[in-house]
Ligand binder design. Structure first.
Ligand SMILES: *Cc1c(COP(=O)(O)O)cnc(C)c1O
Length: 646
């Protein structure tokens, strides 16, 4: 008998979940924000509460602030234990790079939970710097300014030098001249970092972030020149940090080892010239999205502790060899801090390919092929599925020929198509049972797979799935104690054929199909997309004018949970405003236009237009199925037996 454990295996939950997700004996997903089996929330309880709340509709983005806390604790803890193990003569500080998730609430949680480690922020633009400042980061916490800097950016960063622990990282050599000029004008002694280009480069998707041709960073000659310029200006003391970042999602530990070696060597050599305090190792710490523990693009072939050990050990060893003091190590792991803390919940609102629901009973005068297809459907089993499938292919071809010759009508053609489809479905089912992996039956599996329509936008909520084909685990959130008997793919609400989840967690390449449960009439079926906390929140776009989803933030204590914060998603009005349709007078303008054409519209008609415009403008951009409870998943299950005559 199928058990919850079988679902855990099938969907690889323990491989990608990192201890934050499991399945309880009711077959529901539970979230364990501290990886502690005594503290959890049953996702179906959350869903019921949300479904009962008249202000909220699906899709819903759930955030678990405690997962952010746990990630910060784990990452910092790993560095601190490596420091202890190798008796490293220095300390460590985490820094969160804002570009990974700029949402105010997220940064607030990070500053709150990271305060005990003096967590800092890294910004790459003026707007990110303004956002960071608005949250009043503590004076001691690092505020690392990266990216290309114009006059406003530099002057803003310099102006707050005495109230924040700003480090201006020179990403582009010429910036140093502006820094010198403005700091002199403003009477500020700047704290400067330099980003160096490493010869070692990452591998995989973001390979271009590192290496000699990287977009950012100074060459060796430029770095030396920069130190000389500072010395010549009596500002040798100003150089505080060496920074590098070889790219995000570095999946192979060897790449990290190589880069660390090179960077530590650069630090050590530079330390002999200049009193550098920090070595900032950037980001790159990978998240195993597909749970395969490999060096494939959505994975990682190393653990967090291995990463921290390699960083600390390498810096230690090289500083010893070179006889220089150890730096304070800073890392900017964004993805690894943020990825796990959020997930999207959506409902299936329908099915494409549900061809079997239109079958009409056969008639006496139907062509022989229809009868033959009926029989094939009745008699097919695990022993003879190949034969019957091949016969069915032939009957279908004969029917099309007959149609093209004008011998049968549309109704017969429809009947034949539907019956053929039903035979295919059964054949695919038996091929799966027989573990038939032949090309023919893999093709057939694709043919009969269903497309399920999910109430969400891939472009808004999971942009990297579309943009860089990254895998995000997508699985059913309930009925996991039941064997999934269907398979299919999920498409989103947009009218774009790219709006489809094409890969599912489970192996290193990702599976082509999601194993699903048979939909039950009048019962909602909920799916979740996990690990959405890094990069997805602000990369998302407004394709088809679908906006951001409602957010609910959940805290868990023991087996109790509560909603600690709600953030409303976009309304249609907000999106229209965003794209310059002024909605302030929108209704009046439309009404005016209606009145101009009033020969065909009466008072009641006008009122209807007005109230519906109002309602739609104020409403959610997604499919709303709440008002009368009449929008539940519209599925008709196939009749299992076609009405046959013999
Ligand atoms: C993007 C970025 C990061 C974050 O990288 P992750 O792989 O998400 O940890 C860190 N530092 C800098 C300079 C970056 O540009």
């Amino acid at each position: 008998m199928w058990k919850a454990e079988d679902s855990i295996d099938l969907y690889g939950i323990e491989n990608w979940g990192n201890g934050y997700f499991s399945v309880n004996d009711k077959g529901n997903i539970v979230i364990l924000p501290n990886k502690d089996s005594y503290q959890y929330a049953d996702v179906m309880e959350l869903i019921e509460e949300i479904a009962d709340n008249k202000d909220l509709d699906f899709p819903i983005l759930l955030r678990f602030p405690q997962i952010l806390e746990d990630r910060i604790n784990e990452i910092t803890g790993s560095f601190l234990s490596a420091i202890e193990e190798f008796k490293y003569q220095g300390t460590y500080h985490p820094v969160f790079p804002m570009k990974v998730n700029q949402r105010k609430e997220v940064i607030e949680y990070i500053l709150k939970y990271g305060a005990k480690y003096n967590i800092g922020l890294e910004v790459g633009t003026k707007a990110e710097l303004l956002a960071a400042l608005s949250l009043g980061p503590p004076k001691e916490a690092l505020l690392v300014c990266n990216g290309y800097k114009d006059q406003d950016y530099l002057r803003l960063a310099l102006s707050i030098h005495n109230v924040n622990n700003i480090i201006i990282v020179v990403d582009l050599f010429e910036e140093i001249f502006d820094i010198l000029k403005y700091s002199r004008q403003m009477g500020v002694i700047p704290r400067i970092g330099m980003r160096v280009k490493l010869f070692s480069r990452g591998s995989g998707r973001w390979v271009e972030s590192g290496g000699e041709s990287a977009k950012f960073g100074l060459s060796t000659a430029e770095a030396l020149e920069l130190m000389k310029i500072l010395k010549d200006n009596n500002m040798g003391e100003s150089l505080k940090m060496i920074h590098f970042h070889i790219g995000s999602q570095i999946t192979d530990i060897r790449t990290i080892k190589n880069a660390m070696n090179e960077a530590a060597r650069i630090y050590a050599k530079a330390r002999k010239i200049s009193d550098i305090e920090y070595l900032n190792v950037g980001g790159g710490l990978s998240v195993d999205y597909n749970g395969s523990s490999t060096a494939t693009p959505s994975s990682a072939n190393y653990t967090l502790q291995e990463y921290a050990n390699d960083v600390v050990y390498t810096v230690q060893k090289i500083c010893e060899e070179e006889g220089v003091p150890c730096p304070t190590i800073v890392s900017e792991s964004g993805r690894a801090i943020a990825a796990y803390h959020s997930m999207l919940i959506f409902k299936i609102i329908g099915r494409k390919n549900a061809k079997d629901s239109f079958l009409k009973p056969p008639k006496e005068e139907d062509p022989i092929q229809i009868e033959d297809l009926c029989c094939a459907f009745k008699e097919i089993d695990i022993e003879n599925y190949k034969e019957h499938y091949h016969d069915a292919l032939q009957y279908r071809d004969e029917l099309y020929n007959a149609f093209n010759l004008g011998n049968i009508g549309l109704e017969e053609r429809a009947k034949g198509e539907t019956l053929f489809w039903m035979v295919c479905k059964k054949a695919a089912f038996y091929a799966k049972q027989a573990e038939d992996e032949s090309e023919e039956f893999l093709e057939l599996k694709k043919l009969v797979s269903q497309k399920y329509i999910g109430n969400f936008s891939l472009f808004q909520s999971v942009p990297d799935m579309w943009g860089v084909e990254q895998i995000f685990p997508t699985i059913p959130l309930h009925r996991l104690e039941e064997m999934p008997s269907e398979h299919g793919t999920i498409v989103d609400l947009t009218c774009d054929s790219d709006g489809e989840i094409k890969r599912y967690a489970g192996d290193s390449e990702g599976r082509e199909y999601l194993e699903m449960h048979t939909l039950v009439e009048d019962e909602d079926y909920y799916l979740g997309i996990f690990l959405l906390g890094a990069y997805q929140d602000t990369l998302g776009d407004f394709h088809n004018l679908l906006g951001s989803a409602h957010e609910v933030h959940i805290m868990v204590e023991g087996t109790e949970w509560w909603i600690c914060q709600k953030v409303e998603g976009d309304t249609c009005r907000k999106l229209l405003d965003f794209f310059n349709y002024e909605t302030k007078d929108y209704i009046w303008e439309i009404m005016d236009r209606c009145v101009e054409k009033k020969q065909c519209i009466d008072k009641k008609g006008l009122e209807q237009i007005e109230s519906q415009l109002n309602r739609t403008l104020k409403g959610y951009t997604y499919f709303i199925d709440k008002p009368n409870g009449d929008g539940r998943a519209r599925v008709q299950e196939a009749e299992t037996e076609p009405p046959c005559r013999r």
